[in-house]
Design a protein. Structure first.
Length: 254
């Protein structure tokens, strides 16, 4: 049963909440190039994973604390807000001191001890939907956080696992109006992980906004074909600029 997250007033956002950046923090140069471009365009929230939850233990696992230091440099240099994932409770304190929004990834949505710990912080939490989570399970995860006192939670629909394998996941846009009906929390959509295909990010971004999403999370890389993770679903700068402009126009009409 969810009780806490249904309370409080709905936040009225006049602006589209856009979170963009590479899947992983790879090195200083890629981050600097990307943040400089995004900041110029007007994007306020930058993403980048320092700790990466990779399916294969042989894949790039992220730079860890070295990546967090790069994110801190970006914050100081460009005055942007940083969104990054915490994988392990042991890193939480350092992350609280370094980033503006703490992401709980899909794989950790059911990590109740972690949810309780971040619920004790006063950070904004970006709670991604579990890979196989029902909407009810996802809302209960948010409830775990809110029960500890922190109801500054943004939900993120990032696709779920279904029998369909043409796309990496099946983006469940039903979740957007359902979450709006059930809670006072903001909900954004991640069409990058939701589709796993770069060419689908543009249409599904606009569809998300038409469905009532408060914002988007999009993976952007200067050279997606050379990205160390999720390059196949990352858009380049030119593609991102088009998405950003059209998404903002659409947002004003919904
Ligand atoms: C990510 O945002 O890079 C990520 C790993 O997402 P998810 O937890 O949705 O798979
Ligand atoms: Mn990714």
């Amino acid at each position: 049963m969810v009780k806490k997250i249904t309370k409080g007033s709905r936040k009225n956002n006049e602006k589209l909440l856009m979170i963009a950046g590479p899947c992983s923090v790879e090195n200083y140069e890629v981050m600097d190039k990307t943040v400089s471009f995004l900041k110029n365009l007007g994007v306020e929230y930058i993403r980048g994973g320092a700790f990466k939850p990779r399916t294969s233990p042989y894949s790039f696992q992220g730079l860890g604390m070295e990546g967090v230091e790069i994110l801190k440099d970006m914050k100081t240099k460009y005055g942007v807000k940083i969104v990054s994932e915490v994988l392990d409770i042991r890193d939480l304190e350092e992350m609280i001191n370094s980033v503006d929004v703490i992401q709980v990834g899909s794989r950790n949505m059911y990590n109740y001890p972690l949810l309780k710990e971040i619920g004790k912080t006063n950070k904004t939490i970006l709670l991604k939907r579990g890979i196989s989570a029902t909407i009810e399970e996802w809302l209960n995860a948010a409830e775990y956080i809110a029960l500890e006192g922190n109801d500054d939670i943004i939900l993120c629909e990032r696709g779920i696992r279904t029998f369909e394998n043409y796309t990496r996941n099946t983006l469940d846009l039903n979740a957007v109006p359902v979450v709006k009906e059930r809670t006072s929390l903001r909900i954004i959509v991640d069409p990058s992980h939701g589709t796993g295909r770069r060419e689908l990010v543009y249409p599904m971004s606009l569809a998300s906004i038409a469905a009532g999403a408060d914002g988007l999370l999009i993976e952007v890389h200067p050279e997606p074909e050379n990205a160390l993770s999720d390059g196949f679903q990352s858009v380049n700068f030119e593609e991102f600029e088009l998405i950003y402009k059209r998404a903002n126009e659409t947002f004003k009409c919904v």
